[in-house]
Design a protein around this ligand. Structure first.
Ligand SMILES: [Zn+2]
Length: 324
């Protein structure tokens, strides 16, 4: 008779044989900085998540660092949007200003920037669009050119790592080459390598003010039904020079996370997205789930499934809970 329950008999025994342990250093905190506000503004569908003005962003980053976090992922909301996403790569763009403020106050904090055009495009798509009659196209190579320009301007403003989230083909290679050619050989790339078209991004679009004005993102983000294709996407990004590969969203794609981590053995990140956050928060508000226990279980599951890095809106709370 085998008695596995012997090792579950007490908290100390369970601790002794626990396979997966969370650490504050596992987490990246997403931050939203907006040019349109002068005091912090709550995101209605995401309790305890705020858009911050530039003047508050460095203090917020410092607070994150003070509680033990060591990396942030920065998203910008510009004052004006246009058809060329010019705010994305402007020298005095919102992310560029925020980066300089953050790096002057917290030089050791790992500042990662989201590189995409959707927040800066008047139509809200992640790339340059062309409309033929009632069809629209997101033009791949024209978009990659602007993404490269954006990544270079983030690197120049102090980004430690850029995180292209657009899902255009060939952008990792193009960005890597441009960074190297311009003296940013040490600026890393965390690629949104397997990013699926998902209903769970809804609240984020409210936070980043980036919903597409027409059509959807299914011609560039991945079909949720495809796992082998996700592995091909990840392989391409690694070949093109990605330092860290990401799977997004998290829980509904935990099989992809596992396969990516097993197959490639690269530093693997997962983005626990806004809709996943909002769902659990709603359950907590209704008294259905205990927040702390629920979040710890989810994060442990993601790490167990192969995540080396977890991007989560609960990063601050996790830092606190893990210290207690
Ligand atoms: Zn985008």
């Amino acid at each position: 008779m085998h008695r596995p329950r012997r090792l579950r008999r007490s908290a100390a025994l369970r601790n002794l044989v626990r396979e997966t342990r969370l650490n504050t250093h596992d987490f990246i905190l997403p931050l939203f900085v907006s040019e349109k506000i002068d005091k912090r503004r709550p995101v209605p569908s995401m309790p305890e998540v705020f858009q911050l003005p530039v003047k508050e962003i460095a203090d917020e980053a410092r607070r994150a660092q003070d509680i033990g976090l060591q990396a942030i992922l920065l998203f910008g909301i510009p004052e004006k949007k246009d058809q060329r996403a010019s705010g994305a790569y402007a020298e005095d763009g919102i992310v560029q200003k925020a980066l300089r403020a953050i790096k002057s106050k917290c030089p050791d904090l790992v500042a990662i920037t989201d590189v995409c055009l959707c927040d800066y495009m008047s139509h809200g798509h992640c790339g340059v669009t062309r409309i033929d009659g009632d069809h629209f196209h997101v033009l791949n190579d024209e978009t990659v050119e602007l993404l490269v320009t954006t990544a270079l301007s983030h690197a120049a403003a102090g980004a430690d790592m850029v995180a292209p989230s657009d899902m255009m083909d060939g952008r990792i290679g193009a960005i890597r080459e441009a960074l190297d050619a311009n003296g940013f050989g040490q600026t890393g790339i965390m690629s949104y390598a397997a990013k699926f078209a998902s209903v769970f991004y809804g609240p984020f679009r409210e936070a980043a003010e980036s919903p597409p004005q027409f059509g959807d993102r299914r011609t560039y983000q991945m079909d949720c039904a495809n796992a082998d294709e996700a592995l091909r996407e990840v392989a391409l990004d690694i070949k093109e020079g990605a330092d860290i590969v990401m799977v997004k969203p998290a829980l509904p794609y935990i099989d992809i996370l596992w396969r990516v981590s097993e197959r490639f053995g690269k530093p693997t990140a997962v983005y626990h997205v806004s809709g996943e956050y909002a769902m659990l928060k709603a359950a907590v508000e209704k008294g259905i789930v205990d927040e702390r226990a629920g979040v710890l279980e989810i994060m442990t599951a993601l790490k167990r499934a192969g995540a080396d890095i977890i991007i989560t809106y609960w990063a601050r709370e996790l830092a606190q809970w893990l210290r207690e």
